[in-house]
Design a protein around this ligand. Structure first.
Ligand code: PMP
Length: 391
């Protein structure tokens, strides 16, 4: 008998494991203060409210059954109302589709919108989970850098002028992962106009929009054009364990996604979708809960940024802590963040080097720091250790 296993698909050869997941394996030591992970704080997840909703859901036999591929009806209704307010127009049920986290929406959309070799425009630095999906779909990926106001539309406009025709542009419009920035209101309008003029889709990937600290983010890009497919999620405001994300898109797109979702997993879980519906419909409770999360993350973020500027401000810039879960820093003195990482781990602090998110630019002098899971004093200590490590 032959000992060689049959081959796997060729496309696997081009895929890389996420550098962040690999790094997290290294940084799980208890003596290390983790700024590397991108996890919401489990201590802030509403366990009792979830338990009550789970109990109520379990008494409903429909929640134990398969459900529609597009999602559990009561959840889609809650989401349609919520998104109508957010987008500023009446969103019909046919345009709301529930996915297994917004990550599944990215993966299904890549199949629905991309033929092999199609062009996808991503941001640089990019959300790694999106890059993995678009690469697996065989897309040609071109990156457009971010600045303080989000995606650089001047660079995008040049690409379009050179005749590049993207199937879609992927953007994390609010409190970027990993870049920390938010797209300005003006750029949102202009991006929507470009999408209509040149006939491409925009995937507006927005899991962090609710997590603003001082003032809400501008209207979503989706408020300005029907070419925008808007993704959102319960992961960062309730719990990622529900695996409840959703998409608002024209019904043609939803019908395509539905065909693919039937093949992927038949349907999501009616049980966790009913739990999500219960919590999302309870507006007074939800507003207070999200406010608590914002308050906690906001003061952690401010402590991190304050300490960073105090200890490292003479050699690096970091983004303002306006919302979300991440701060991005650029060293201006040539510090190589990948090279410094082993010393940082020895000093008891972990971060993700910018190179992990790089598409075209190398970001060797940059790093992403996540502030969600430590208190203010621990975050300040993390920066003291980081300053010691960079020397
Ligand atoms: N998009 C972005 C930009 C993210 O940062 C994440 C989670 N890290 C996701 C999508 C996926 O989130 P989920 O599947 O939990 O909704």
């Amino acid at each position: 008998m032959s000992s060689t296993l049959p081959p796997l698909a060729n496309k696997l050869g081009g895929l890389r494991s996420s550098a962040i997941r690999d790094l997290l394996k290294l940084t799980a030591r208890p003596d290390i203060i983790g700024l590397a992970g991108g996890l919401p704080d489990a201590e802030l997840m509403p366990r009792e409210r979830l338990a009550a909703a789970a109990d109520a859901a379990l008494s409903h036999r429909g929640c134990l059954q398969y459900t529609e591929s597009a999602g559990w009806g009561p959840l889609r209704e809650v989401l349609a109302a919520r998104e109508s307010t957010r987008i500023g127009r009446e969103v019909p049920l046919a345009e709301v589709f529930v996915t297994h986290g917004s990550q599944q929406a990215l993966s299904l959309l890549a199949e629905v919108l991309l033929d092999p070799g199609a062009l996808v425009i991503v941001e640089d630095p990019a959300y790694v989970g999106a890059l993995q999906v678009f690469r697996a779909a065989g897309a040609r990926i071109v990156a457009v850098p971010l600045d303080r106001d989000g995606l650089r539309l001047d660079v995008l406009t040049d690409l379009l002028a050179k005749g590049e025709r993207p199937a879609f542009v992927h953007t994390v419009s609010n409190f970027h992962n990993p870049g920390g920035v938010t797209m300005s209101a003006q750029r949102r309008r202009e991006l929507a106009e470009l999408a209509e003029r040149h006939g491409f889709w925009v995937i507006e990937d927005d899991p962090y929009g609710e997590l603003w600290f001082d003032s809400p983010a501008p209207e979503p890009v989706a408020a300005h054009s029907r070419n925008v497919i808007r993704l959102s999620s319960s992961s960062k405001i309730i719990s990622p364990a529900l695996r409840v994300g959703w998409m608002v898109a024209p019904d043609e797109v939803c019908r395509g996604v539905e065909l693919l979702k039937q093949g992927a997993d038949l349907c999501g879980s009616a049980l966790t979708q009913q739990i999500a519906a219960d919590l999302l419909a309870d507006r007074v409770w939800l507003a207070a809960h999200v406010d608590t999360v914002r308050g906690a993350y906001g003061s952690r973020a401010k402590a991190l940024v304050h300490a960073f500027r105090e200890h490292l401000g003479h050699r690096a810039n970091c983004t303002d802590a306006a919302g979300g879960m991440f701060v991005w820093a650029d060293f201006t003195d040539g510090t190589d963040t990948q090279a410094v990482l082993p010393r940082a781990l020895d000093n008891g602090v972990a971060y993700v080097p910018g190179a992990a998110f790089a598409v075209d630019t190398d970001y060797r002098n940059s790093m992403r720091m996540c502030f969600t899971t430590s208190d203010e004093a621990t975050l300040t200590e993390a920066i003291v250790r980081l300053a010691r490590a960079v020397g």
